[in-house]
Design a protein around this ligand. Sequence first.
Ligand code: DAT
Ligand code: MG
Length: 140
Amino acid sequence: MAIERTFSMIKPDATRRNLTGAIIKMFEDAGLKVVASRRVHMSLREAEGFYAVHKDRPFFGELTEFMSSGPTVVQVLEGENAIARNREIMGATNPSEAEDGTIRKLYAESIGENSVHGSDAPETAAEEIAYWFAGTDIVG
Ligand code: DAT
Ligand code: MG
């Protein structure tokens, strides 16, 4: 497996509880490198654009309001098998189903306020990275 890049976001429930460093340490301890990072308080419109794939889901309004409710940290993670590896470290969407030792098991407050986002495939990783970063922002 080649070195990959994936898009990651620390969500407002986690920045509010000052968990940014604890979460980044989990990525670094797992061998993923933060090659771009920026703190962003996104607008509702930016959240709607980012999560457009979910626009017909019943939780879309709740999701986009939450994501624009406070600061997030948008970042690019790089490493071996980074997309799947990041999803493993994050744990299941619903914290009650997440494995022990995952970010969501440790920190998520609910299925909606679940501390982190991570891309789910190479195509979405490329799109999500480009949504938040210019190529020159990424320093490997
Ligand atoms: P993931 O973030 O694990 O990729 P997803 O892509 O299915 O999960 O959903 C995106 C986000 O939407 C998820 O992190 C939290 C929110 N969400 C998903 N299902 C939900 C639900 N049933 N109720 C409320 N929010 C939900
Ligand atoms: Mg998803």
